[in-house]
Design a protein. Structure first.
Length: 397
């Protein structure tokens, strides 16, 4: 019998763990603290904060020596669910053992199937809300992404509107596009997993990693095309200048850019926030210059959120429009927890236009890591009745 998890059960006031009884004495650690010792292959935890991620290590010992380990990351059910972003309070459990990596997630209502990707490669499409991987290396890092879709009519939030309103508005903005496609919400959950060998090292043998004292994040929206046609064909401003580029953390052209830096190594752990808006430039049907203006950045607002010692974060809201024409604003929201131990949990939602790109830098290096990159589906997708994209990205180890 393999030393693997049997179940991780969630109820309102307890998380229950059960694993295969292969003999020996079991020890359970929660965020490095010893919380259980015994021969019964079960453990119940009722001491937690709702929606917070916790790391557990289950060690099997023989004659006082650790012979096997299972690593688990999970959270308790949130007392309140977010209607604005269903993924913000979604429970996701990650299990790492020598013989398997398992992802299990709380079902998203009215979702029929989930696509699972590993390091960008499609692995499997599943009907159930879990995926097990047995073909992996103990010495590689992995990024698993679970992607799903849901009809807008099934949403519990602002999309419960009449279909006639949706069809009218969308048809006016972009009559050539698919109304069915625009009526589907997209959900994407990504888990960064450290090398399994590192996660499966016994607690007492682990080398404490240095603190991550500096965090940097960059969120940019941009128009990939050189020329963008105004959805309103009757307007004098027939074209707008695009940014003419692809995904690039240092890309010069952008609609908006937000830089955030958290410094744990400075007094008060300051959170530094800068924001910029690119100019909007309009042209005639013959692509002759007509006018230029820059929108206000007052619609970009950052609120700091502190969760305890070594756990800080923020809520970023964004609503910036085109100053040259009546049009929907670029709307998005992002919430993040950046821990001094190097782990993170980020979640957000945005319109499906324009291009969105988010990058992160941990520590004193100069290497940006992509967190979230999504291509625009066209300016018509800025309409407030078009389905959003929801995303979440977190790390284990």
């Amino acid at each position: 019998m393999l030393f693997e998890m049997k179940t991780v059960m969630h109820r309102a006031d307890v998380i229950s763990f059960a694993w295969n009884d292969v003999g020996g004495v079991y020890h359970v650690y929660k965020d490095g603290n010893h919380v259980y010792e015994g021969t019964v292959p079960e453990f119940n935890d009722g001491d937690f904060r709702h929606a917070k991620l916790y790391n557990y290590a289950i060690e099997r010992t023989e004659d006082g020596e650790v012979v096997d380990v299972i690593a688990v990351q999970t959270s308790a059910f949130a007392e309140r669910k977010s209607k604005d972003n269903p993924l913000q309070s979604l429970v996701m459990t990650t299990i790492v053992a020598k013989t398997q990596i398992v992802l299990s997630w709380e079902e998203i209502s009215d979702v029929d199937e989930y696509e699972v990707f590993r390091n960008g490669v499609h692995m499997k499409t599943v009907k159930e809300n879990f995926y097990s991987d047995r073909d992996f290396s103990l010495d590689e890092t992995y990024r698993y992404t679970v992607r799903s879709r849901r009809p807008i009519a099934k949403s519990e939030d602002r999309f419960n509107r009449s279909k006639s309103l949706f069809s009218t508005v969308f048809g006016m903005l972009n009559p050539a596009s698919s109304k069915e496609q625009a009526a589907v919400e997209v959900f994407e959950v990504t888990k960064w997993i450290a090398q399994p060998r590192e996660l499966l090292t016994p607690i007492q043998d682990r080398i404490r990693r240095p603190n991550v004292d500096r965090w940097k994040l960059r969120y940019t929206t941009f128009l990939a095309d050189r020329w963008v046609k105004n959805p309103n064909g009757f307007a004098w401003n027939h074209y707008f200048k695009g940014d003419g580029r692809g995904f690039d953390v240092e890309g010069e052209g952008f609609r908006t850019r937000v830089n955030i830096e958290l410094a744990y190594d400075q007094l008060g752990a300051p959170l530094i926030f800068t924001k910029a808006v690119g100019p909007s430039i309009a042209y005639s049907r013959l692509k002759r210059f007509r006018e230029q203006a820059t929108a206000s950045h007052e619609g970009i607002v950052l609120k700091r959120l502190d969760h305890g010692q070594g756990e800080s974060g923020f809520l970023l809201t964004h609503a910036v429009g085109n100053p040259l024409t009546p049009a929907p604003k670029i709307n998005y929201e992002m919430q993040a927890v950046l821990r001094r131990n190097g782990t993170f949990d980020m979640t957000g939602y945005h319109d499906q236009a324009p291009h969105h790109e988010i990058y992160m830098m941990r520590g004193e290096g100069n290497e940006w890591q992509p967190i979230h990159q999504v291509e625009s589906k066209g300016l018509a997708w800025l309409s407030p009745v078009i389905a959003r994209q929801y995303w979440r990205c977190s790390s284990f180890g």
